[in-house]
Design a protein around this ligand. Structure first.
Ligand code: Y12
Ligand code: CO
Length: 167
């Protein structure tokens, strides 16, 4: 099922999400629907608050048409640690349609998280995957990528988004 994606300036996008406690059918259905919604919208990442669910869950698939297989990541209750290096990447977000801007983030990160069955997992990510994880993890804390811009760029972005002008 394809879910509705909340878009800026919906205030629900600025709320903090709660950890998942039940790893049940309801969670599995949400994860399946989030992946379907992300693929349908041609995105590479989607967090639960973007579809109106304030729980600490996100999905990511950074594979391209050149890759032989799709690799869908499901992160539940993620905890990011030991970031190193820095990377600047032109980011976009399904909740901020038609707007992209460069954001500086950690180049390498370590993540502890759970899978859909509640099993603890660990991953070391770098490059685009690390950027995607940090972007989606910010959604769980109610932070959009436009909040990471310099004050000047953020002010310009918010003005343009308010006027509905695409950059
Ligand atoms: C690097 C940077 C950002 C992320 C977070 C996930 N971001 C997305 O999945 C963005 C998707 C997106 C898709 C759009 O639609 C199409 O391309 C058809 C789009 O275009 C418009 O809104 C007009 C913008 C963003 C992970 C890694
Ligand atoms: Co986003």
């Amino acid at each position: 099922m394809i879910l509705d994606i909340l878009t800026y300036p919906n205030s629900e996008l600025h709320k903090t999400s709660k950890p998942v406690q039940k790893f049940d059918k309801t969670l599995h259905t949400l994860l399946n629907n989030m992946a379907a919604t992300m693929y349908d919208a041609e995105g590479i990442g989607l967090a639960a608050p973007q579809v109106g669910q304030k729980i600490r869950v996100f999905v990511i698939d950074i594979t391209t048409e050149e890759d032989e297989e799709r690799k869908l990541y499901e992160f539940i209750n993620p905890k990011l640690s030991q970031g190193s290096g820095s990377i600047t990447f032109e980011e976009g977000c399904l909740s901020v349609p038609g707007f992209t801007e460069e954001v500086k983030r950690k180049e390498q990160i370590k993540v502890n998280y759970m899978d859909r069955f509640g099993k603890s997992k660990k991953i070391e990510a770098e490059g685009l995957l690390a950027v995607a994880i940090q972007h989606e993890n910010d959604h769980l804390d109610g932070i959009l990528f436009i909040e990471k811009l310099s004050i000047l760029k953020r002010r310009m972005a918010k003005k343009k988004l308010a006027k509905g002008i695409k950059l």
